[in-house]
Design a protein around this ligand. Sequence first.
Ligand SMILES: Nc1ncnc2c1ncn2[C@@H]1O[C@H](COP(=O)(O)OP(=O)(O)O)[C@@H](O)[C@H]1O
Ligand SMILES: [Mg+2]
Length: 595
Amino acid sequence: MRRSSYPDNEVTSINWQAFKLILPYLFEFKNRIAFAMLCLVFTKIASVYLPFILKDIVDSLDAKVPENMQALVAPFGLVMAYGLVRLSIVVFAEIRDTLFGRVTERAIRRIGLKVFRHLHQLDLDFHLNRQTGGLSRDIDRGTTGISFLMRFMVFNIVPTLLEIVMVVTILYVNYGIWFAFITLGSILTYIAYSVYATELRTRYVREANVADSSSNTRAIDSLLNYETVKYFTNEDYESQAYDKQLATWEQAKIKNRLSLFALNGGQAFIIAMAMTAMLALAALNVSEGKMTLGDFVLINAFMMQLFMPLNFLGFVYREIKGSLANIENLFGLLDKAPKVEDVDGASELAITQADISFENVHFAYHKKRPIIKGISFKVNGGKKVAVVGTSGSGKSTLVKLLFRFYDVDSGSISIDNQNTSQVTQHSLRQHIGIVPQDTVLFNDTLFANVNYGNPAASKEKVMQAIELAHLTKFVNSLPDGIETVVGERGLKLSGGEKQRVAIARTILKDPQILVFDEATSSLDSHSEQAILTAINEVAKNRTSLVIAHRLSTITDSDNIIVMSEGEIIEQGNHQQLLALQGKYSKMWQLQQSVK
Ligand SMILES: Nc1ncnc2c1ncn2[C@@H]1O[C@H](COP(=O)(O)OP(=O)(O)O)[C@@H](O)[C@H]1O
Ligand SMILES: [Mg+2]
């Protein structure tokens, strides 16, 4: 569906809050802003001065019909001055734009980075519940909103207000209260009317947009179903349905146009009234000899100059309102507090043995559905512990808890007797390496993806990790070798290749604790063997937690934990568990017979 440039939950009054939010980001370039403002004031003074030159030209031409070149010098000089002032207005406006553009861009950069960092800080739950596409659209709209707001505030609204103030003052001082009064009154009426009419129109504009996108959707859906339409000979039915949508669109467009007519018509009426009143008053004064012809021209020029920028007022008002809403939205992201946070004065995790211990851990993603129900186990430093159990029993959840993607509801998880909830998340995650169930890669080269495990590592180290992960043969078979781009999310690699990239990455990270979450479950037995060899080499002398589907891959574990529905039902080494004749031995027999 096509979307308008601002969110649907549009506020009805302008929300000035967004200004306060951006303000601190603008102050980084105080001097630039000062200079830009100086340029702004200068251009406005110059443009207000322009009609005065015009007046002098007219008056000097009017005073004496020139007979010789000598008499032409004065008006000619004035005309030159007129041209010069005009030019300088444009030049200074350009300087102002250039100066201020930088301020806006820096603010966007700072805010963009802040939001990006914050998004990475938010918990996994937030990201699982949000569509990344929607998120990036929010950021996009927010930053566009800032840029739009700045552009129109600095380049349109503020200068116009300044000009209005200056012109009204000049009119009051030079020509008396009536000229000032008519000008100010008509401008205020004009602004009020524009805002009001634009507000009324919004509904019709939106209706037209909605009708436009739904007729589009309808047409596309119909064409996509081309075959189905033919099978049922429903061409006429489809055309009628489409035409119905088009009729709605037509109606909406008519209302939209009529409302635009009302807006423009009303604005033109107000301008015409104001111009007529001003010129009539000026003409009266000229005929009474209180004003010169030049004054008449000057007043006319002032009015034209004032109303011209106001022409866009309806559009600017609507867009600024949309921009403010978008900016609010963007800053709203910053208000979201992460559910998992470091405690005050959290210490760094210090690894000695790399012992892991779960103590009576309870956890639920949603209150109503407990997933982990009182799990306790220990992994001694350097040992290999396997977790097995049916799909959905909570194995991957244990890993997420170990990484502290979520906080446990009760109980505790400790590493070397330090509660993981009391150490910094950064230090915790630094010491754990994982080969996840589904490895997702960056759309970059193989080398870069492995390098990601430790961006500071030398090229030799990266190549060594690739070797250890048994990837060398595969890399050598590729035409582009290590520089091969893996495609979005790594889709150009097979499951086993991706797993090995994940292993190489983890080798490079070189953590004391390793987690393998069904790293081999989606592979054929040949690839599985290759990966198992890799895993065993890496896991030497490190604490490892291996979640496995195929029991044959973990028979050598020091301890095997059998999980079912969030609880540990059996525990022991392979032989002990077989002797137990329980769930494990049943699973074992089942898997043996399948082979
Ligand atoms: N983010 C989540 N929100 C809600 N429920 C979840 C979430 N992640 C997993 N679950 C549920 O928790 C249960 C355990 O999942 P998981 O730990 O992935 O199982 P396993 O790895 O043992 O197959 C599953 O029933 C799953 O539906
Ligand atoms: Mg799992």
